[in-house]
Each structure stands twice: as C-alpha cells, then as structure tokens.
Design a protein around this ligand. Structure first.
Ligand code: NAI
Length: 247
C-alpha cells in the first residue's frame, strides 16, 4: 500500500498520542487522512497531531469514559477537522490484579475506559456515518479478550466485551454502508508492555510461535488495511496480530 487510498478522509483515533494509537495515526495520515488524535492529555494529543505527515490534523483532550465529554469532543472534531469517516477505538488501560484482591475501582475503571469508551465513541459518530452511508470503525481489542489471562479478569472482560460490541455494531450498521472490525494484538512493544520484567519478556517469547514481541507498526499496517477500500467487503471480523499466539 504505497498510495494514498484514504485521501480526503477524516479519521478519529483515541489514545493516538503514543504507542499503537500513534503508529495507527501516522499510518492513516500517510494514507491521506486528516487525523483527529484524542487522548486524556490535550497538549500531548496536539503535539502528536502536529508531528504527523500531511496537513489538517488536530489534537483533542478527552476522557473516553465520559460520555458527555465524548459527545462534546466529537462535535468539536467535526467542526475543526470534518465529519468522521473512520473511527479507531484504541484507548485502553490495564489495572492488573489477581481476582480475589481486585478492587471495585480496578474493575470499573478498566471497563469504563476500554469497553464503555469504545461504545461512547461509536455511538457519537455512527449517526453521521449512517447518514453518509460510509464509514469504518476499528476496535483495538487484545488476544487476552479471546483467551483470558490470569491476573487480568477486568482487562480480558473489557476486551472480550469489545469483540461482542464489534460484531453487534457490524450487524447493525452493515446495511447502512458502515463496517466494524477489530484487531486483537498479541504482545506489542509500547509503554504498556515496558512494565514487563526481562524474565517475563523471555517467558513470553517462549509462547509466541514467531519468537518475538511485535512492534506498533505491525498493528498500524493492518489497521490501515481494515479501514480502507481493500477491505470493503470485510465486516464483523476480529483479526489476531500476534506472531501466531492464537490460532
Ligand atoms: P499505551 O498505554 O502506550 O497508550 C494508551 C493510550 O490510550 C494513551 O494515548 C492514553 O492517553 C490513552 N488513554 C488511556 N485512557 C484514556 C482515556 N480514559 N481517555 C482517552 N485516552 C485514554 O498503550 P498501547 O500499548 O499503545 O495500547 C493501545 C491499545 O492496544 C490499548 O487498547 C491496549 O489495550 C491494546 N493492546 C496493547 C497490547 C500491547 O502489547 N501493547 C496488546 C493488546 C492490546
């Protein structure tokens, strides 16, 4: 994909200021999109948007878990950047703990950000996409949403929930020209996985058939494909990008 197959499209990427979200923002900007980067810290979002290739990008500060704030931010994005053609629900957090020690706040915060956040954004942009009979929504879930993971009951539940959200939205909006898919990344090198110790990383490599962690660019290329015209007949799919961990 060397062309600019997304020329003139507007993409909104949550959690786009760093890690996987930043790589997706860069990839969509290279494909010709104007990108609205949304992150909790508005200044970081703006700095990241300014550094993207091409013009017309902008950054916005918003907590995706706050549905009122999401509604207001989406209105601002549409006024400043344009109607949203592509939504990438990438913002996500972990609050790992073993089940019997997990606090209510640890469970609730993760569900509110990862799952309710994706719902908030999807609902906010869906009406416009349906009216224009054109749109692509991409949810960044996780392989642990497919397999479960000890110590991550909250996170795995939120990511499994995103799978159900993806398929429901895909079914509901397919007839209106709007597609919805998900990527389930395996272990990717970002701030989130920097928390892992060297011994944990070595143990992980042992369970990844390709023998290495992935890079944000391994996700962003697939994201660009799934929201673009080459995937025009694909909806409701969850694609694991994980070096072969989940087959
Ligand atoms: P990261 O921690 O580097 O970046 C997360 C981004 O989400 C940041 O930009 C942060 O500002 C934003 N964010 C968090 N809470 C937010 C909120 N309430 N409102 C707005 N923005 C918020 O994470 P990373 O590694 O880039 O992960 C991105 C996505 O990929 C997450 O959904 C994560 O669960 C998922 N993922 C990551 C994997 C990995 O190995 N790094 C593996 C599987 C899934």
């Amino acid at each position: 994909m060397n062309g600019r197959e997304l020329n003139g499209k507007v993409a909104l990427v949550t959690g786009g200021s760093r890690g996987i979200g930043l790589a997706i923002s860069e990839s969509l900007a290279s494909a010709g999109c104007r990108v609205a980067i949304v992150a909790r810290n508005g200044q970081r979002a703006s700095e990241a948007a300014e550094a993207l290739p091409g013009e017309g990008h902008a950054g916005f500060g918003c907590d995706v878990a706050d549905s009122g704030a999401v509604q207001q931010m989406t209105t601002e994005v549409e006024a400043a950047v344009g109607p949203v053609d592509i939504l990438v629900n990438n913002a996500g957090i972990t609050r790992d703990n073993i089940l019997i020690r997990m606090k209510d706040e640890e469970f609730d915060e993760v569900i509110a950000t990862n799952l309710k956040g994706a719902f908030n954004l999807t609902r906010a942009v869906a009406r416009g996409m349906m009216k224009r009979r054109d749109g692509a929504i991409l949810n960044i879930t996780s392989v642990v949403g497919l397999t479960g993971n000890a110590g991550q009951a909250n996170y795995a539940a939120s990511k499994a929930g995103m799978v159900g959200l993806t398929k429901s939205v895909a079914k509901e909006l397919a007839g209106r020209g709007v597609r919805c898919n998900a990527i389930a990344p395996g272990f990717i090198r970002t701030d989130m996985t920097d928390e892992l110790s060297d011994s944990q990383v070595e143990a992980l490599k042992g369970i990844i058939p390709m023998g290495a962690l992935g890079e944000p660019a391994d996700i962003s290329g697939v994201a660009r494909f799934l929201v673009g015209p080459f995937a025009r007949y694909i909806t409701g799919q969850v694609l694991a990008v994980d070096g072969g961990m989940v087959m």
